[in-house]
Design a protein around this ligand. Structure first.
Ligand SMILES: *[C@@H]1O[C@H](CO)[C@@H](O)[C@H](O)[C@H]1NC(C)=O
Ligand SMILES: *[C@@H]1O[C@H](CO)[C@@H](O)[C@H](O)[C@H]1NC(C)=O
Length: 195
């Protein structure tokens, strides 16, 4: 009975997002702790996106990568690149991220000055192989609390990680109440990455 009620409360309203296909659910964001001892200096450099929850701002993109650099005055410079297969062109967007002073694995990123920062929370990373990043924002929809979720699995190598490691990481994500069945794979084949 409890479980049935719970299931009913997390009705997915993907359809309401129409063609965006973004993951919107009823209720508040799940509580997802960040990596407690996160050290951003080991996190810099190139990452390749292997899997993600659908995100309108990445629609139609393949060969997606992210580069992170420490800004000497503080914060992290972010450069996201991809190839848009509909527009047949490379797309690049740059922004910056800042860490929460009390929670180093909690970052806020923005791509336009003055824009509110979006959460970029490091759920787990070993710095050299994988990173799992979660972002969730709450809003009210038709008078109900709702939340929009983004999840990314980033890897240091374009070809990704082993099925065993992937399985372990997704099991960890599931334990925090995130439904990994919404993950979609990012094509990372036949890419000519910028530098
Ligand atoms: C995860 O989402 C899928 C697709 O909507 C659904 O079939 C499944 O029941 C969900 N799993 C959980 C644990 O809610
Ligand atoms: C990558 O290139 C190979 C060789 O041209 C081709 O067979 C394969 O289908 C391509 N893969 C993708 C995903 O474009």
């Amino acid at each position: 009975m409890e479980i049935t009620v719970f299931r009913a409360l997390i009705i997915v309203v993907v359809a309401a997002d129409g063609c965006l296909g973004q993951i919107t659910q009823r209720g508040k964001c799940p509580f997802v702790p960040t990596k407690p001892d996160f050290d951003v200096s080991f996190y810099t450099g190139r990452w390749y996106e292997q899997e993600k929850f659908p995100a309108a701002f990445e629609a139609n993109q393949v060969c997606i990568s992210a580069d992170y650099y420490l800004i000497p005055t503080g914060g992290v410079r972010v450069i996201n690149r991809g190839f848009n297969v509909v527009q047949n062109r490379d797309v690049t967007i740059s922004g910056d991220a800042v860490q929460s002073p009390s929670q180093p694995g909690k970052l806020g990123v923005r791509f336009f000055p003055g824009q509110p920062r979006q959460p970029y929370n490091i759920l787990d990373t070993d710095y050299t192989t994988y990173s799992v990043v979660f972002s969730c924002q709450e809003s009210t929809r038709n008078g109900y609390p709702s939340n929009q979720q983004f999840l990314w699995v980033l890897t240091r190598q374009p070809w990704g990680i082993s099925p065993q490691l992937r399985h372990k990481l997704l099991a960890k994500v599931e334990r925090f109440g995130i439904n990994t069945s919404y993950l979609t794979r990012t094509q990372q084949q036949n890419c000519s990455y910028g530098n």
